[in-house]
Write a protein that binds this ligand. Structure first.
Ligand SMILES: Nc1ncnc2c1ncn2[C@@H]1O[C@H](COP(=O)(O)OP(=O)(O)OP(=O)(O)O)[C@@H](O)[C@H]1O
Length: 316
């Protein structure tokens, strides 16, 4: 057997609980060198917990986490790691250049300050005290600081939440450039737009498990759910769950006649055809795009459709 270089991230059968809450349940994930992986999922899905385990800030209750083959709590592993948590505190009275120099002092071969500031559009702010930066500027500086040590693995927890469009684009470009230099990146977000801008592979996390792990294009298909709504003239919507193209029925299964029923459909055309063929007495039909939260909801349901059981694809 040939020995191979350990991957930047190897998470195997990890469970992490907080009291009665199981934040992650038997999660496995491998990220190879040079990948950009987006972790997508609703609030409380377990994304931050997963990143904090990879960053060595928490330990799993069960299972193992390896970073470049080492324990992420080991300082030797951590020198290859750059992280930006969801919330960052910067010392208010220090100037931007002082903060960069302070962090750079911890590394043998830091990125030159001028290069770092230029990458993040912060060149003109070197003399500014961090307390006087705007929220977007602070966030850009926080992400920039994660790259000072030229990490081979970058972990970003919701890097652009709260930023305006322009600041968001500057940050995305800086991250794309850093990835192009050879880094491996894991980024969490609630925003599909952010994941689309950055990730090539997307891992959808929900209820502490990996719901899907696939290419960006395949996951976009998966979450491209349509809402099909109509008023039921008579009878209940029982049986609509199994209808072709239908992932989920949002209203109660015994909705009375006259009730408004909403279906989440992966194929709205097939769903509407099936409604007609089965003689479902609908009125005021409306079809529109569902929100990402609704798509997550339908993916998270116990009776959601299951795709490939192993390997790339949906892994529920
Ligand atoms: N320190 C903690 N103590 C107790 N419960 C926690 C703690 N950290 C996380 N949890 C719980 O674990 C679950 C997963 O949380 P986590 O922060 O990992 O989710 P997330 O996907 O990052 O959510 P968000 O998108 O809101 O940041 C949630 O139910 C959360 O309340």
């Amino acid at each position: 057997m040939t020995t191979s270089t350990p991957p930047p991230v190897l998470v195997e059968h990890v469970t992490r609980r907080f009291g009665a809450v199981t934040a992650l349940a038997d999660v496995s994930l491998r990220v190879d060198a040079g990948e950009v992986v987006g972790l997508l999922g609703p609030n409380g899905a377990g994304k931050t917990t997963l990143l904090s385990l990879v960053a060595g800030l928490r330990t799993p209750d069960e299972g193992t986490v390896r970073v470049f083959g080492g324990d992420p709590r080991d300082p030797a592993s951590r020198t290859s790691l750059g992280t930006t948590p969801q919330e960052t505190g910067l010392p208010e009275t220090l100037r931007v250049r002082e903060v960069v120099d302070f962090v750079a002092g911890h590394y043998a071969d830091p990125m030159p300050r001028a290069e770092l500031l230029a990458r993040f559009g912060l060149t003109d702010l070197g003399e500014r005290q961090t307390g006087a930066l705007s929220g977007g500027q602070k966030r850009r500086l926080a992400v920039a600081l994660s790259l000072v040590g030229r990490p081979r693995l970058v972990l970003l927890d919701e890097p652009t939440t709260g930023l305006d469009v322009e600041a968001r684009h500057v940050l995305w470009q800086a991250l794309r450039d850093y990835h192009a230099d050879g880094a491996t990146v894991i980024v969490t977000s609630h925003y599909l737009e952010e994941i689309e801008a950055l990730a090539e592979r997307v891992v959808v996390v929900g209820n502490g498990t990996v719901l899907a792990d696939d290419s960006l294009a395949r996951v976009l298909d998966l979450v491209a759910v349509r809402r099909v709504s109509f008023t039921l003239a008579s009878g209940g919507p029982a049986g609509l769950v199994g209808l072709p193209g239908v992932q989920d029925v949002l209203e109660a299964a015994d909705a009375p006649s006259g009730a408004r029923v909403t279906l989440l459909a992966s194929d709205a055309d097939a769903a509407v055809r099936a409604l007609v063929e089965r003689g479902v007495p609908f009125a005021d039909l409306e079809v529109r795009g569902a929100s990402l939260e609704e798509a997550f909801l339908s993916l998270t349901r116990d009776d959601a459709p299951v795709a490939a059981p192993a390997g790339p694809g949906v892994v529920r």
